[in-house]
Design a protein around this ligand. Structure first.
Ligand SMILES: NC(=O)c1ccc[n+]([C@@H]2O[C@H](COP(=O)([O-])OP(=O)(O)OC[C@H]3O[C@@H](n4cnc5c(N)ncnc54)[C@H](O)[C@@H]3O)[C@@H](O)[C@H]2O)c1
Length: 361
């Protein structure tokens, strides 16, 4: 396959290396149609360079759809640093990486992801302006997980509206798979604001003990959570949990959670629709964290960020309507929704508008 074929529809794919610090990184910019490409930096010991490239291209496509559907003025991109962060991460490596991000002139804005932390973003910021998710003392927005969880909770309300015509989760039974940073807060919203009955599972016994102590929820073994008889299943742990094995065992009426890539294959969205299970597409339901961090680019204002996260509810209602009217799955409707915004807004670029440097001449 030629290099260009491999890069599919990405605008730009950049490889960086800095031998003294051991940095080897790839930044993939899928689209800047709507604005600078914002996406996290994943630091991971990939089995090969091909595996790293495949991951960064896939993740940057996902960010493009997530930002477009969230109505942000942001494109989609992602970065990967190859290596084991526990072994090779250092100040000089992160600062070298920051300088490379800076060299792209703002076309790509980085943030935290698997293997990188807020403290790492603070280090990267010493070399580049184009980083979000830094510490609050540097103007950052803090941990995105509560905002992601708030978006998931609003997604559950949108599902309740669509399925039961009720704007409430009162008395609904909700099964949460994974009660880490996002799942814990999903349980909190569902119990305290929603009045729902919640059942949880997590491989980490301490995380389970914490939600039982704080919210008095029920628990089941991790291998049973997807098959619990419930109103809404909330995958908040891993991707690929909706697959050929689990679909026949599902006993929920709707699915709304934070995990990325919940459908193992796109056709599983259709399978859910055929079973009458309403699926809140992951990249819309889990956009709260991105919406919150994106607010930093305008000088972080918590109230404005929270109001923007509320778009998740309206967006999902629109996607459910498109799916109903066009007789497509909600997963397909979500893709169409994002693609249509990209296409409509790109048409605006045909108008020339003066920039400050043009008017100064
Ligand atoms: N943190 C965010 O703001 C954010 C934003 C968008 C998407 N997501 C996605 O949401 C998911 C959760 O993110 P997080 O930040 O809460 O991560 P986390 O690591 O804090 O929590 C994940 C939890 O899932 C548990 N888990 C792992 N395997 C499991 C299994 N087989 N069964 C049950 N539980 C299992 C872990 O023990 C952990 O407690 C991830 O898929 C992440 O990519 C997170």
């Amino acid at each position: 396959m030629s290099v260009f074929e491999q890069f599919e529809q990405h605008e730009q794919v950049v490889y960086f290396s800095d031998s003294p610090s051991g940095l080897r990184a790839i930044i993939a910019i899928r689209s800047t149609t709507l604005g600078p490409a914002l996406g996290g930096t994943r630091f991971y010991p990939y089995a090969s360079e091909d595996a790293a490239l495949e991951d960064v291209l896939r993740l940057s496509r996902g960010m493009t759809y997530k930002a477009a559907a969230a109505r942000l003025d942001l494109g989609g991109g992602k970065a990967v640093i190859l290596g084991d962060p526990h072994r090779v991460k250092s100040e000089e490596l992160l600062r070298a990486y920051g300088r490379f991000v800076e060299s792209l002139g703002g076309r790509y804005v980085t943030a935290e992801d698997v293997g990188t932390s807020r403290a790492d973003m603070d280090v990267i910021r010493r070399e580049t302006r184009f980083v979000a998710g830094v510490s609050p003392s540097l103007g950052g927005s803090g941990d995105p997980s509560p905002s992601t969880a708030y978006g998931v909770y609003l997604s559950m309300l949108a599902c309740a509206e669509e399925v039961w015509h009720e704007h409430s989760l009162r008395g609904r039974r909700i099964a949460v798979q994974g009660v880490g940073k996002v799942g814990y807060n999903v349980v909190k919203y569902a119990v305290e604001d929603g009045g729902a009955q919640v059942v949880v599972a997590d491989v980490d016994v301490d995380s389970v003990a914490r939600v039982v102590r704080d919210f008095g929820v029920q628990t089941v073994p991790t291998e049973q959570i997807h098959a619990v008889d419930c109103d809404i299943l909330a995958p908040c742990a891993l991707g690929g949990v909706i697959n050929a094995d689990t679909i026949p065992q599902l006993r929920c009426r709707a699915i709304a959670g934070s995990a990325n890539n919940q459908l193992q294959h796109p056709e599983h969205g259709k399978a859910l629709a055929e079973l009458g299970i309403l699926y809140a597409p992951d990249f819309i339901a889990n956009a709260g964290g991105l919406i919150n961090v994106a607010d930093e680019l305008s000088g972080y204002a918590p109230e404005r960020a929270r109001a923007s996260v509320e778009h998740v509810y309206r967006t999902l209602r629109e996607v459910f309507t498109i799916a109903r009217e066009d007789h497509v799955s909600t997963a397909e409707a979500a893709d169409h929704y994002a693609e249509s915004r990209l296409e409509r807004i790109s048409r605006l670029r045909r108008y020339w508008v003066p920039t400050p440097s043009d008017t100064r001449r």
